[in-house]
Design a protein around this ligand. Structure first.
Ligand code: GDP
Ligand code: IMO
Ligand code: MG
Length: 429
């Protein structure tokens, strides 16, 4: 019986999970996505090609790893079919290497419309990706959602009609100015489109829960690919400036059907600095030229929406919280090359709040909005890291920085990113 290793984002997303997953998938037989939908954007640079993966597990890029879209995912069939085509065009044998849970929920055309309409009505915007993620999870938890298996059920047409018509009424309420609604939510067109999607996706659909358990029973190596991140978690993040799922360890279990005792390593992924896209509190955000410089040096523009990411220093208070919530066993620190271009680097080691200094994170908004970061300074100027093939070959300043992260958090740093390419990663056994 083998275990499933897990990759989880520790901050507000875009920590470089795709790159770590890509490395780990090289040794994995199965890679599974548990939560979220095409709000995720995982970049992998391999063989001179840049892949932006939104729904299909990035692990499939190894060429020998089966990618499974788990039951906890909300799936937009049109985005998925585009991704399938793109992979096929790059020579991937998707037919043999992709599986979709029959229990995953399907994003329907009204979901993105509702997402945008609701966002427009909010006084304090969340800055959602507009992909319909929140409204789709709303349907799920309200128990009216359409699951992949429903695409093949005798009542599919009636269920789709009921949902489309009732949500059209809702949209008329939230977005009375929208003159295109009847055309955008023309039921017959939607039915034809989703019938076609259903036929195209049918070969991939399976009982993923049984598939995953059988794979572990057969001793297969498994990797669970986290999307989003700890501080975007609906329970543990900066609510309401969060996504609508649990990207933390609990969501990994409910989004796959794996059990707590099936978990192996839990890898937490961070950048050597931090970023956030969308609204909400961000204690170490830099609203000055240093923040701009991080954005430019790190190419911090969203993979999914192209939005410029907010940037700041690394926050170890938040990282320790991610360790507690997820039970992290090892870390991956990406963008050491980027942070090493600064002469001096700050790392947040405490929050000053209400006249006291604490090292305990709380997702309380008032606390986060009024906390000031307490920094410890490190020497930068790491120089060119591209020639370094092991931790020992890194310059002293870079090693000191990594070792401090380990000391503060009590978690070993297993992977170190020194560039965007697949090969630019140091692995410490
Ligand atoms: P994810 O959503 O966590 O998979 O991260 P994204 O792909 O959205 O964003 C991470 C970005 O950083 C991508 O553009 C990656 O190609 C890039 N990246 C990842 N690791 C490194 C690294 O170590 N150095 C550099 N320079 N770029 C990296
Ligand atoms: P990956 O997997 C960064 C953010 C959005 C917004 C909030 C809610 O690439 O790390 P949603 O559309 O989910 O309702 O938006 O969550 N967000 C992400 N930010 N990386 C992601 O995924 C994200 N997925 C959602 O920007 O602030
Ligand atoms: Mg991303």
């Amino acid at each position: 019986m083998s275990k499933a290793d897990v990759v989880i984002g520790c901050f507000y997303g875009d920590e470089g999970k795709g790159k770590v997953i890509d490395y780990l998938a090289g040794k994995a037989d199965v890679a599974v996505r548990a939560t979220g939908g095409d709000n995720a954007g995982h970049t992998i640079k391999a063989g001179g090609v840049k892949y932006a993966m939104h729904l299909i597990p990035s692990g499939i890029l190894s060429g020998h790893t089966v990618g499974v879209i788990g039951n906890g995912v909300v799936l937009n069939p049109s985005v998925l079919l585009e991704e399938i085509d793109n992979l096929k065009n790059h020579g991937y044998d998707v037919e043999h290497y992709l599986k979709i849970s029959d229990k995953a929920h399907v994003i329907l055309p009204y979901h993105p419309l509702l997402d945008k309409a609701l966002e427009n009505t909010r006084a304090a915007k969340i800055g959602t990706t507009g992909k319909g993620i929140g409204p789709s999870y709303c349907d799920k938890y309200e128990r009216s959602g359409l699951r992949v298996e429903d695409l093949y059920a005798p009542n599919f047409r009636e269920k789709l009609r009921g949902l489309t018509e009732s949500r059209k009424d809702l949209l008329k309420f939230y977005d009375p100015e929208n003159q295109d609604l009847e055309r955008e939510l023309d039921f017959e067109k939607i039915y034809d489109m989703y019938w076609d999607f259903a036929q195209k996706l049918k070969p991939y659909v399976c009982d993923a829960i049984t598939y995953l358990h059988k794979a572990l029973e057969q001793g297969k190596k498994m990797l669970v690919e986290g999307a989003q991140a700890t501080l975007l978690d609906i329970d543990f993040g900066s609510y309401p400036f969060v996504t609508s799922s649990n990207p933390t360890i609990g969501g990994i279990l409910t989004g796959t059907g794996l059990s707590a005792s099936d978990m192996g390593e839990v890898y937490g992924v961070i950048k050597a600095y931090s970023s956030r896209v969308g609204e909400g509190p961000y204690v170490t955000e830099l609203l000055d030229e240093t923040g701009d410089r991080i954005r430019e040096l790190g190419h911090e523009y969203g993979t999914t929406t192209g939005r410029p990411r907010r940037c700041g220093w690394l926050d170890l208070v938040a990282l320790r919280y991610a360790k507690r919530v997820n039970g992290l066993t090892a870390l991956s620190v990406n963008h050491l090359d980027t942070i090493g271009k600064f002469e001096k680097i700050q790392v947040c080691v405490g929050y000053e709040w209400n006249g006291t200094i604490t090292e305990d994170f709380s997702s309380n908004l008032e606390f986060l909005n009024s906390s000031k970061p307490v920094y410890k300074e490190f020497d930068g100027n790491f120089g060119d890291l591209s020639g370094c093939k092991s931790f020992e070959e890194l310059p002293l300043n870079a090693r000191t920085y990594i070792q401090f992260i380990e000391e503060y958090t009590g978690i070993p740093v297993r992977f170190i990113g020194t560039g965007a390419e697949r090969e630019a990663m140091l692995v410490r056994e």
